[in-house]
Write a protein that binds this ligand. Structure first.
Ligand code: ZN
Length: 487
């Protein structure tokens, strides 16, 4: 046997000892009631991290969900199949307390959709209706357009200036690593229809909130408000928005006909699916993580958000496979209606009473990674138990941010804000994410196994340290001065 092979076996034995919670018992030692001393959590976390990099669980979850269910817009029969898939998957992966928590939504279902320029240069346009948009009359709406090259220009338009017109905003989205471009642009879609209606518009078209030049349009939800007419709204393919820019530049009035046939069903069923890796000493204290199970309807919901479901499920499953579970519970929740903004409210309503026992929250909802940044809860960087993090994350090229986390993800927003549960936040590289997000191109082939596993490794290292500690994040937050510099 070569020395390098012996060294390799010694390393394997050391890792096995670390993962199994201590050194193997000596052969002739008398039985003792005292359990073996627990392994150094940092050693276990490092072993978990390294195992995650070569583990097939996360990719298997994404592949399974996108193949066996596919799109799963909340309120569709596919969403009910996704709920059954989630219950079976969590059970098969060894989770405990697996169950679905039902709630009611108004289901918005897409119908036939079309748009065309009728004058002066008749052409078909590629569009997709936006979530919550009302239908047009069956014959559609035909009107002259008022085109704005920026959202700020729409906001600057005076009241009444868009009466009878279809408002069009063609401002492009900026590509960024941290998602800031989406943060800036999402209002063009979410709030544009209300701002256009306030000024008299009869319908609204927005250039897809996309960093791609693909003609596939990107959908997403509109935030209508009670006192402003709900006008039909759709997203244009990027090339179609640029076509309208060129037509308008020629100076003649441009007319468009838009037809949308969506329906709404109040009281439709939806579910959040939950499963636990039960803590070995403090099972009532839970770190709650997850992703959203629902998706938009044109694609397969691969990067949004099968990957978030997969990353958090795989990280928890790897920890669940340890012979000794960490002291606290790790809970994975697959949320059933993030895209239409229902599951955060329903989860907070169902769990506000338990909030004091929730250690920390975080949702994965920005794609398969790689992760490049971690924001801890305020004050948590001072915790002795979390000190190994910087070293653990270094080989993954994940920065430990100086600034504390502000946001745990949309499905934890209400619980975070209303019950004050601490939050942490991993930031994946989103440079490519918004090329396909909410479009027909959100398919399995966009998911890279190594990026996905790098994300699982980072999540597993952090949540293991947190779960195997007794760190009081609320006390640390209170004791933390705002934005203390880190050495
Ligand atoms: Zn999402």
């Amino acid at each position: 046997m070569s020395t390098s092979r012996m060294a390799g076996l010694a390393l394997v034995a050391a890792l096995a000892a670390a993962i199994s919670g201590g050194a193997a018992a000596k052969p002739h030692r008398p039985p003792s009631p005292a359990p073996p001393p627990p392994a150094d959590p940092a050693v276990v976390a490092a072993a978990l991290r390294d195992k995650a990099l070569d583990d097939s669980t996360a990719y298997g979850v994404v592949e399974s969900l996108t193949t066996e269910v596919g799109q799963r817009l909340a309120g569709t029969p596919a969403a009910a199949r996704a709920k059954d898939w989630a219950l079976a998957k969590l059970t098969a992966l060894g989770f405990s307390n697996v169950h679905a928590e039902p709630f009611a939504i108004t289901a918005w279902i897409r119908g036939a959709e079309s748009a065309e320029v009728t004058a002066p240069y008749p052409q078909t346009l590629v569009i997709i209706g936006l979530g919550a948009s009302p239908p047009t009359p069956p014959e559609g709406i035909e009107a002259e357009i008022a085109l704005f090259h920026s959202y700020a220009d729409l906001l600057a338009a005076p009241p009444g200036s868009l009466t009878g017109k279809i408002a069009v905003v063609t401002q492009p989205m900026t590509r960024t690593q941290d998602g800031a471009g989406y943060g800036a642009a999402t209002r063009f879609r979410r709030r544009g229809p209300v701002e256009a209606a306030r000024r008299g518009a009869v319908a609204y078209l927005v250039r897809s909130i996309s960093t791609s030049t693909s003609r596939s349009p990107h959908t997403g939800k509109v935030d209508y408000v009670a006192d402003i007419p709900k006008i039909p709204a759709a997203a244009l393919g990027v090339a179609d928005a640029e076509l309208l820019d060129r037509m308008v530049a020629r100076g003649k009035p441009v007319r468009i006909r838009l037809a949308l046939a969506s329906t709404e069903t109040p009281g439709a069923p939806a579910w959040n699916v939950s499963g636990d890796i039960v803590g070995s000493e403090k099972p009532d204290e839970a770190i709650v993580i997850g992703g959203h199970l629902d998706s938009w309807d044109p694609g397969q919901g691969a990067i949004d958000d099968a990957t978030g479901v997969a990353i958090t499920t795989a990280a928890a499953k790897l920890i669940g496979d340890l012979p000794r579970h960490p002291r606290r519970t790790i809970r994975v929740v697959m949320f059933g209606s993030e895209e239409m903004d229902y599951s955060g409210r329903s989860y907070a309503d169902a769990h506000k009473a338990d909030a004091a026992r929730l250690v920390a929250l975080s949702e994965s909802d920005s794609g398969p990674g790689p992760i490049w940044n971690l924001q801890l809860p305020r004050g948590a960087a001072a915790a002795t138990a979390l000190k190994p993090l910087a070293s653990l994350l270094a080989p993954l090229k994940v920065i430990l941010a100086d600034q504390p986390a502000q946001f745990a993800g949309a499905d934890f927003g209400e619980l975070q804000l209303e019950a004050g549960v601490p939050v942490f936040s991993f930031t994946p590289d989103t440079s490519l994410y918004f090329d396909v997000h909410h479009s027909a191109d959100d398919t399995l082939d966009k998911v890279g196994r190594s990026d996905l596993n790098q994300s699982v490794a980072a999540w597993a290292a952090l949540i293991y340290l947190l779960a195997d500690s007794d760190v009081d994040l609320r006390a640390l937050a209170k004791a933390s001065p705002a934005a203390a510099p880190r050495p």
